[in-house]
Design a protein around this ligand. Structure first.
Ligand code: SAH
Length: 223
């Protein structure tokens, strides 16, 4: 993949990218690989041109179908949470959306499987990422609650929409060093949660309060 070509596009927004990175560091993002990727990935290419001037603000933005491209801080935080130096072979993402988080995962993991339930978003992000030259991604149209058994076991699973409960299918699809990060609904709202597989079973850690669109059931087809 000609990654220099991908990462080099849109250099005009250099100052706004630097401002974003300073903000992420202030918010506690430390992993230099993650910081480097967020700094260089052309986020403006994953949103409509009308909003492109806001691409390097630390905000989520609409991508149609009542969905949003995740906030850069959240992409950085979740990616940092699943990053484990010697266990970066196989990742599953649930909620492809714009494909922006997918692009970051694609640079860090050997193989990416990404699932989206809205047909038009699945098609759009697949086209975009292939156009940009990403080659290690399997694009699946489906309901992420099921995971994707064929490509398992996964070193990491990242869910980019808020779940009512921990999807049990996914626990079965992670490796013995596997981890899952997801926004989980509770009585007060949503919490970012990390689940980590260990010799003694799954350990759950609550990270922080978050706001995500809901993880929905089934597939939404074109009108
Ligand atoms: N990472 C994406 C986030 C998009 S918002 C980005 O930064 O652009 C969350 C996405 O999850 C939406 O595209 C939504 O359609 C999708 N989604 C919601 N429930 C899902 C499910 N059960 N299976 C797969 N995708 C789902």
């Amino acid at each position: 993949m000609n990654i220099d070509k991908i990462l080099g596009s849109g250099l005009t927004s250099h100052a706004s990218r630097k401002k974003l990175i300073d903000e992420l560091k202030k918010l506690g993002i430390k992993n230099s690989e993650v910081i480097n990727l967020i700094s260089n990935m052309p986020r403006h290419l994953f949103i409509d041109t009308a909003l492109a001037n806001r691409a390097y603000e630390n905000v989520s933005l609409p991508i149609g179908f009542n969905q949003t491209i995740s906030q850069p801080y959240m992409v950085a935080r979740m990616t940092e949470l699943i990053h484990e130096k010697d266990s970066m072979k196989n990742v599953l993402e649930i909620g492809t959306g714009s494909g922006y988080q997918t692009s970051i995962l694609s640079m860090l993991f050997k193989k990416v499987t990404t699932i989206e339930r809205i047909t038009l978003l699945h098609e759009k992000s697949k086209k975009k990422l292939l156009q940009l030259g990403f080659k290690n991604i399997s694009f699946i149209l489906g309901d992420g609650h099921m995971g994707y058994l064929q490509n398992s076991p996964y070193d990491a699973v990242i869910i980019t929409a808020a779940a009512d409960s921990i999807p049990e299918n996914l626990i079965k699809q992670i490796s013995n060093k596997g981890r899952i990060v997801l926004p989980l609904k509770d009585n007060e709202g949503q919490k970012l949660v990390k689940l980590k597989n260990t010799k003694n079973g799954i350990i759950k850690k609550i990270i922080e309060d978050v706001v995500f669109v809901p993880l929905l059931q089934g597939i939404e087809t074109n009108e």
